[in-house]
Design a protein around this ligand. Structure first.
Ligand code: IMP
Length: 421
């Protein structure tokens, strides 16, 4: 399997958790390289449902090494809760390594995230309110605190006091309640003491692993169009969700990477605000009525639409996707005629890429081609041949439009509902 970067080719929630879990079987190490607990990766094992936010889903398979890389922002209290949640479900949290360089998320980041959203009013981003933007903001401004600071008790007490003082002034200006230093310090100190055992130099660890020839799987969070550089800015998250982020967020060099797998749904979804050219309320109603498409982290109903081949083709370009994993095919099982967006029309212009100008993107009208549906359940199909002919035609067409090889088709949440093409 070699060193594989797995990324979301749409707006996040592509079903990466399940595909990562399936690919982890052949991996020795699974690495998270960006984002924070804004992510929610759902994995079903038998009847048990696990939602992972910061810990790589490799933790659910015995013997796999899991790494939280330097590019991730960590809310340590929430990470401890996640570890405890896994322990309660009978999952042993062994072989977990956390980068000493990973930045920390504090309660003032969360509060600032909320306050800025309130201030933006109807122009809000629709963030997960996990403090992700302000935490990456501190990192870029070189005023952030890192895991290495947290596990050094003496140093932490001093730097945290200054940070609380500074941020309380900002919170007061927003009219928000200031934070109590002692309360934050106690909670973070306790979390730091619990996490200390996992903290190490993960760059060196991964360097030795790749030299040994270990198979490393880089687990992307969010999706291409939420990327801070390549997404639908400003309606994006604050990290590089595209394949380049796997290198900077882990310290593994680009020439050590062997392939990029792009995960995409057989249709399109997005949570939060921002343009979504192929959005379609009827598909949204249908999928919500089936109990599908509610956010794993916030429970918000996702916006839904037809498959947008302009977007996935653009994602292929930005990420260098070699192989495609198409998920949620079964979500389309009952539809008579399926549409696919193959171009955008903006006035007299036809675009075949996602424009950087958000106002232009918001004006884009999708150009559709239609495919006959298959109108029969696919969730019990276990091989390419068992899939209905129209489903195979549809999958081949969207892969061709995207520009990468069809590799996996997923027809349900369970491990066995996975077809290798
Ligand atoms: P933030 O990452 O919480 O700042 O949110 C910024 C945008 O990214 C919002 O539109 C969120 O809904 C979206 N977002 C963040 N994390 C995820 C995710 O894991 N899946 C889908 N959307 C996400």
């Amino acid at each position: 399997m070699a060193n594989t970067i797995l990324i979301g080719a749409q707006w996040g929630d592509e079903g990466k958790g399940k595909i990562i879990d399936v690919l982890t079987e052949k991996a020795d190490i699974v690495v998270r390289t960006q984002g924070g607990n804004n992510a929610g990766h759902t994995v079903y094992l038998g009847k048990k449902k696990y939602v992972l936010h910061l810990i790589p889903s490799g933790i659910l398979r015995r013997g796999k090494v899991c790494v939280i890389g330097n590019g991730v922002v960590i809310d340590p209290v929430s990470l401890v809760e996640e570890i405890d949640g896994l322990l309660k479900l009978g999952v042993r949290v062994k072989n977990l390594y956390i980068s000493e360089s990973a930045h920390l998320v504090f309660p003032y980041h969360r509060e600032l995230d909320s306050q800025r959203e309130i201030l933006k009013g109807k122009n809000k981003i629709g963030t997960t309110k996990r403090g992700i933007g302000p935490a990456y903001g501190d990192k870029a401004a070189r005023t952030g605190l890192r895991m290495i600071d947290l596990i050094n008790a003496e140093r932490f007490a001093g730097v945290l006091r200054l940070k609380i003082k500074e941020n309380n002034e900002i919170l007061k200006a927003f009219g928000a309640k200031p934070l109590n230093y002692a309360t934050v310090h106690k909670a973070y100190r306790e979390a730091g003491d619990r996490l200390k055992q996992y903290v190490t130099n993960t760059v060196v660890l991964l360097h030795h692993a790749t030299r040994r020839g270990d198979n490393v799987l880089f687990e992307g969070a969010q999706g291409t169009f939420l990327d801070i550089d390549h997404g639908t800015y400003p309606f994006v998250t604050s990290s590089n969700t595209t394949s380049g982020g796997a290198c900077t967020g882990s310290g593994v060099a680009p020439n050590r990477m062997d392939r990029v797998v792009g995960v995409m749904k057989a249709y399109t979804t997005r949570v939060g605000e921002g343009p979504l050219p192929s959005e379609n309320p009827e598909i949204a109603d249908m999928l919500h009525a089936m109990g599908r498409e509610f956010g794993a982290t916030t429970g918000r109903p996702r916006r839904c639409g037809w498959f947008d081949a302009v977007a996935t083709h653009h994602a292929c370009m930005v990420n260098g996707i070699d192989d495609l994993a198409v998920t949620n095919l079964d979500g389309l099982d009952t539809i008579e005629t399926i549409k696919v967006c193959v171009g955008y029309r903006a006035g007299l212009q036809r675009l075949d890429y996602v424009p950087a100008d958000i106002e232009l993107l918001a004006k884009c009208e999708p150009i559709y081609v239609e495919f006959p549906g298959w109108q029969q359940p696919t969730d019990k199909c276990r091989s390419w041949k068992q899939l209905p002919v129209n489903a195979r035609k549809y999958l081949k067409a969207i892969a061709k439009l995207t520009g990468a090889e069809l590799y996996i088709v997923s027809v349900g949440p369970a491990r066995e509902q996975t077809i290798f093409v």
